[in-house]
Design a protein around this ligand. Structure first.
Ligand SMILES: Nc1nc2c(ncn2[C@@H]2O[C@H](COP(=O)(O)OP(=O)(O)OP(=O)(O)O)[C@@H](O)[C@H]2O)c(=O)[nH]1
Ligand SMILES: [Mg+2]
Length: 194
């Protein structure tokens, strides 16, 4: 995928701020600090357009990145970060639920999990939700650079079982640090968009 233009178009904290031009949207979801923004940056070949941080849970709005004029990559707030105050944590709920549940232009969800660990309860809940409501989605197991090549297959199997993914459901090993898996992710996304 050749990305010739990418820009942050808007940051939304409520529904009224979403784009109204009906361009297709691909949403990125996963727990805080898992690597959502890094995945977006890798897909669009930018170092830090989608803001990454070592402070988990920093992204508390929905960011719409416009790609090649005709597509949005949507960076959603992370879920399941225990250390934010209760009030704050629950204020992510309605925003996410509203977006995921009723957003017309949303075409595909990219669920991001950490390849090093079995899925968390929140990961399982998220994946179950996507499957139950028949949302088109792929799962990306990121930070693959942190485990040896030989172990990746086994870790993917643990994730597939834990998330109760169907055999034909896409689960892709990825690393933002090494930029591996980028083409495969784009390929699957474009396949599902068509
Ligand atoms: N080694 C390695 N580190 C990664 C990878 N992807 C992300 N990271 C690191 O993980 C941390 C979190 O990455 P982000 O992309 O900001 O994660 P996020 O899911 O957007 O986080 P929030 O927006 O806070 O929910 C950063 O320190 C990244 O550098 C990867 O593939 N490999
Ligand atoms: Mg982020």
């Amino acid at each position: 995928m050749h990305v010739w233009r990418a820009e942050l178009e808007l940051k939304a904290t409520h529904q009224g701020q979403y784009p109204d031009n009906n361009l297709p949207e691909i949403a990125f979801l996963g727990r805080s600090n898992v690597g959502k923004s890094s995945l977006i940056n890798t897909l669009i070949n930018r170092k830090n357009l989608a803001r990454t941080s070592s402070t988990p849970g920093k992204t508390r709005a929905i960011f719409f990145y416009r790609i090649n004029e005709n597509l949005y990559l949507v960076d959603l707030p992370g879920y399941g970060y225990a250390k934010v105050s209760k009030g704050e944590r629950y204020s992510w709920g309605p925003l996410m639920e509203n977006y995921l549940g009723s957003r017309g232009p949303l075409k595909i969800c990219v669920h991001i999990v950490d390849i090093r660990h079995p899925p968390t309860d929140n990961d399982i809940m998220m994946s179950n939700w996507l499957q139950y409501f028949n949302k088109p989605f792929i799962t990306v197991a990121t930070k693959a650079d942190k485990i040896s090549k030989g172990k990746r297959k086994h870790h993917l199997e643990v994730l597939r079982r834990g998330l109760q993914l169907a055999e034909d459901s896409e689960l892709i090993s990825f690393s933002a640090a090494q930029k591996t898996g980028r083409e495969e992710v784009w390929e699957k996304l474009i396949e599902k968009l068509d």
